[in-house]
Design a binder for this molecule. Structure first.
Ligand SMILES: [Zn+2]
Length: 322
């Protein structure tokens, strides 16, 4: 589905089988030339649907000259390779996002890293196998692309007569970018700010010192300081109460972190055991993985604040209240 949001801007919505149900890509048309911001999910028929969407507003998929990616999660980037091959479009993203993409293409390394990371946080080999299967499925969907340009924070890009600024907003994903259009005063936010849910935060399995929550909250601050009138997110409706939404997301994390900390006492627990106490035992495999990720994110911050201890017992990390 394609919706015109201003004279030369369009939102392209595609359905997806995951819990968020749909994802938005955005399109800037400059005469015949097109720049696509994110690509949607590479499902059967997605490319044909995009072609039909563009035709319905008199645009041609073959005129996509540029693809800008907010981050390399499947639902945002998995058609980049297909489109690049078909149209010769240039692909631009952050260096860190490209690095992440390359990590996941080197399957053996990512699998090895994921196994050791989740084992150290108390997951069983069977649970880890289930996560690896998910990783493999996801990896298969992302079509291979080349990066033509690595975007940097505050870089000003120009497409035709439209200028926009790159804003580095790590947190939801390590190399996440937003794109700010100062004249129109709107922000293409990817998954940095969403209207209904707080964007998920995940550990970096290649860097255990990376603190997703602290990093994310700092990146929220960057948007608070923009003169931004409207946010066009990767999922859900556009929103205009930008700073109110940011305050809500901050409050959500504060509340959640406090809630998680209440489950810790002086008996050391693994992140997995804590997640099980908080989320229950009977979760599907993928939900277990999400529960552990969320738990780990808050534990990382509580540890950095000096509220809890982290120790290695045997081969697993355990956490206790201080
Ligand atoms: Zn995402």
């Amino acid at each position: 589905m394609i919706t015109q949001i201003s004279s030369n801007f369009y939102r392209i919505t595609s359905r997806m089988p995951y819990r968020l149900r749909h994802v938005h890509a955005y399109l800037l048309a400059q005469d015949k030339n097109l720049a696509l911001f994110d690509t949607g999910l590479n499902t059967d028929g997605a490319l044909a649907a995009l072609e039909v969407d563009l035709q319905s507003v008199g645009l041609n998929i073959r005129n996509i000259r540029q693809i800008y990616l907010t981050h390399v999660h499947t639902d945002h980037c998995s058609m980049a390779g297909l489109l690049q091959k078909m149209t010769g479009a240039k692909v631009s993203l952050s260096a860190q996002a490209f690095e992440e993409y390359r990590h996941y293409r080197k399957a053996d390394e990512a699998v090895k890293q994921a196994r050791s990371f989740y084992a150290r946080h108390g997951m069983t080999p069977l649970e880890i196998d289930a996560i690896i299967d998910e990783f493999e499925d996801i990896r298969g969907i992302i079509t291979e692309f080349d990066a033509d340009e690595l975007l940097e924070d505050k870089q000003v890009c120009k497409f035709g007569s439209t200028q926009f600024e790159v804003i580095s907003t790590p947190g939801h994903a390590g190399g996440h970018l937003c794109f700010f259009f100062p004249r129109e005063k709107f922000l293409l936010a990817g998954d940095h700010i969403l209207p209904y849910i707080a964007p998920s935060l995940t550990p970096n399995i290649f860097d255990e010192d990376y603190r997703p929550l602290t990093t994310y909250l700092k990146s929220l601050g960057k948007i608070e300081n923009l003169n931004c009138a409207e946010i066009h997110p990767g999922h859900g409706n556009s929103l205009s109460s930008v700073n109110e939404r940011i305050a809500e997301i901050r409050a959500h994390h504060e509340q959640r972190k406090n809630y998680f900390s209440r489950f810790l006492n002086n008996a050391p627990k693994t992140a997995r055991a804590l997640a099980q106490k908080i989320f229950g035992e009977d979760l599907p495999d993928f939900e277990k993985f999400l529960a552990l990720n969320e738990t780990f994110v808050y534990l990382q911050d509580l540890k950095a604040e000096g509220a809890i201890s982290e120790n290695m017992e045997g081969n697993v990390f355990v956490y206790a209240a201080l």
